[in-house]
Design a protein around this ligand. Structure first.
Ligand SMILES: [Zn+2]
Length: 283
């Protein structure tokens, strides 16, 4: 009886011992897996490094063009500042029967531009000159006679023609009006002696680096004007001074397509990120 009664006791003891061993093993396994994963699953050194770099290393900032609240720039600033995308719309040869339409479009888009006025046109359209001025646009001097054959005359003749227009603009806009901004009729290319004379008389000239091509015929189709702007903007974008577009257009009676294309020119440049600015009258 004693022998028979001891056997289940030993069996129970064994079962308990094995059960205890299993519990200990299971506990150790859980402890290893969940509390000390590094002891059993080493993280590869490269992965650790990458993870560390991702958290601690600073990502270098993208070069962002400097933004400024200024909307009027002197000639020297335009030539030297290459940090912000700016478009300077310039209208030569006015005022004309198209001036008011141009002003309406500029007003609609809240844009300031620069008008290079010709004395002979100013004489007969004084109210339009006042309107351009009162609308807050810059006014530049495009000579009195717009005689493009200056090479046949002297630098002194040319400067006197500029001074004549300057006196007329003061007569129309009041003696407090001042502009020393000049654009040569036909551009100032290869006219260094004329440029030097102009500068010594206190004037500053500026050319353009982009044209809508509206002088290539009496009436250039709107699509051709737009294509010129699109192509030349792309070309300039890839050059060093592509941040500043000085755009030549004409404010003349036959140039209706220039007016028709203007809203699309503005919207194209806005989409490209250009800010519209005027060229300062004081340089
Ligand atoms: Zn002109």
């Amino acid at each position: 009886m004693r022998y028979l009664s001891k056997k289940p006791y030993i069996l129970k003891e064994k079962i308990c011992f094995i059960g205890l061993l299993l519990i200990i093993c299971a506990f150790r396994l859980i402890k290893i897996q969940y509390f000390h994963p590094k002891d059993t699953i080493p993280v590869p050194p490269i992965a650790q490094e990458e993870f560390g770099n991702f958290i601690t290393e600073e990502i270098p900032p993208e070069p962002i063009p400097k933004k400024t609240e200024k909307s009027v720039f002197a000639v020297k600033e335009i030539l030297n500042d290459n940090l912000e995308y700016k478009a300077f719309l310039t209208f030569d040869d006015g005022p004309s029967s198209n001036t008011e339409k141009i002003l309406e479009i500029l007003n609609k888009y809240d844009i300031k531009a620069t008008f290079f006025l010709v004395g002979t046109m100013v004489e007969s359209q004084r109210d339009l000159v006042k309107k351009i001025h009162e609308s807050g646009h810059s006014i530049g001097n495009h000579s009195y006679s717009h005689n493009v054959r200056y090479k046949n005359f002297s630098p002194k003749y040319f400067v006197n023609d500029i001074k004549r227009n300057d006196a007329l603009l003061k007569e129309v806009l009041g003696k407090d009006f001042k502009t020393n901004l000049v654009r040569f009729p036909g551009g100032s290319f290869n006219l260094n002696s004329y440029k030097a004379s102009l500068k010594s008389s206190g004037f500053e000239d500026i050319n353009w680096n982009l044209s809508n091509g509206d002088t290539s015929a009496i009436k250039v189709p709107k699509s051709a004007l737009l294509n010129n702007i699109y192509k030349e903007t792309e070309d300039l974008n890839s050059t060093k001074n592509g941040h500043n577009l000085v755009i030549l257009m004409h404010d003349l009676s036959p140039k209706d397509t220039t007016v028709e294309a203007l809203p699309e020119v503005i919207e194209f440049l806005q989409k490209k990120g250009y800010k519209f600015c005027a060229i300062s009258e004081r340089n």
